[in-house]
Write a protein that binds this ligand. Sequence first.
Ligand code: 13P
Ligand code: SF4
Length: 330
Amino acid sequence: MEIKQDWKEKGYVDEAVDASLDLKAEIRRLCREKDAVVLAHYYTVGDIQDVADFVGDSLALAREAADTDARVMVMCGVHFMAETCKLLSPTKTVLCPDLTAGCSLADSCRADDLRRFKEQHPGYQVVSYVNTTAAVKALTDCVVTSGNAKRVIDSFPPDAKIIFGPDRNLGDYLNSVTGRDMLLWNGGCHVHEKFGVDVIMKLRRLHPQAVVMAHLECKAPVLALADVKGSTAAMLAYVRAHPETTEYIVATEAGILHELERAHPAATFYPVPPEVSEGGPGCACNECEYMKKNTLRKVYLTLKYGWPTVEVDPAIAADAVKPIERMLRI
Ligand code: 13P
Ligand code: SF4
């Protein structure tokens, strides 16, 4: 199929859709017709999580991408997640509803800069968070996600010299729990960096019974306040295991509330607003605008046209898949 020029420029299919169309039913129909599965991260909008075959954190999505029998995967998340799917299943078609769904954290580490840094630090191994481009993964010895980072780092010899990147907050946390002194890359996620202690303390005063949960991408003072620190999946696991707890303060991207509320409908979840509410009252600054580029309309159109596909340069892919496979083995 010839791709329209303006679609190519936009990075996603942009076409009006009949308002009477039941998009969820159409997506399911197209999945059956094309032998496709829809994979969605917890930060995508609730409608996409509801229609997806599989919803998970970065680690679970990578595992699912490696295991699925389907011929086509639609990765509703951000670009590095679609790249990970393609690296793990190179013979499959990986569709990404919007190629411009990037990640500020992945952008904070460019492959050329990491290559230079490695040259300046001979003898160091590189452990990278999964939120990185394939080109950065190709320079990496082992990948981690927030769901397995401690376990993976513990698997390195105690005297191993390690560069960890790109998230300095996660790196800081990992240094503290593993007793290591990893060299940290100075990157961060613009959503998680906005959460601050004052706002959480204020919410805690209002809801003294609430359990505070924070994602490992948050800054150290926020993590120090949290009762539960971990990945999105770790937060969900905690909520499922504690039916007696009915109030939570949640410091991560607001999309996770959809699944948290499904997991424990009787509980109330208070999303932490950012420290500086840039958009004023009602601002959605605790949302990741990249994740929110995934819409039902784009998922439907990407399935209908089989575009945009995500490809990884084979010269990079050969090296980029190794550290992901090493992580999955651990
Ligand atoms: P997890 O899904 O591993 O919790 O990570 C969150 C994230 O930032 C995804 O971009
Ligand atoms: Fe990247 Fe942050 Fe968005 Fe996650 S929430 S995809 S780390 S920008």
